[in-house]
Write a protein that binds this ligand. Sequence first.
Ligand code: ADP
Ligand code: MG
Length: 234
Amino acid sequence: MLEVRGLTKQYDKTLAVSGVSFEVRDGELAVLLGPNGAGKSTTIKCIIGLLNHEGEVLVDGHPGKSLQAKRLFGYVPETPALYDMLTVWEHLEFIAHAYGLSDWQERGEKLLERLDLEDKKEKLGKELSKGMQQKVSICCALLPQPKVIFFDEPMIGLDPKAIKELKAMFTELSDAGASLLISTHIIDSVEGLWDRALIMKDGHVLYSGTKREFEEGEEKLEDIFFRLTEGGLK
Ligand code: ADP
Ligand code: MG
């Protein structure tokens, strides 16, 4: 369970995120939609403690910056940041050591297999294409079996097969009780997947609704998105 209250982040002159509040319950998949520059990546980076911010973040009741909370997080950044001189398998070993995981090898093999990386285990980070790096980044994030998982524009750079596999993983993770927050500026990429949709623009959440609330309304998500983000409300 993720709770965010009054999250605010100012970079020098830019108010990137302003008073953002929402929650993602256990087993829920929330999608954070918004045009480029809306504040999606900044929101995620604040929640996981990469950026200083105002406001409160609670993960299963633990303050966002506590070790207990960090143990529960998984994060797939917008741009993968692998180690040039570690192999794919060494990345997983590194994560396993950092999190003190035991019996992780089989799970690691399975993750690599699902994302078509099993024959890349000995490749160095710097030898991988952008899409392969993205897949390794996903494997690293999921290896510790996090309970609250952030994916920042995860489909960008992935081939159709990996996108299909990733969507299947999203469903499995939320079925297993994890809370997922997926940011994207491409609405179609999350169709049929989400339980809660948040639409952001200029640092504000302009719409927050559950699947049920949305289905009771007349408007399509895409129409709501364009009405709010192009409509000059802000
Ligand atoms: P999104 O992920 O929705 O595209 P971002 O969170 O990356 O949006 O950016 C939100 C706003 O904050 C934008 O106006 C962007 O220019 C600004 N911004 C992002 N990162 C920085 C930074 N490191 N320094 C200053 N401004 C930034
Ligand atoms: Mg972004």
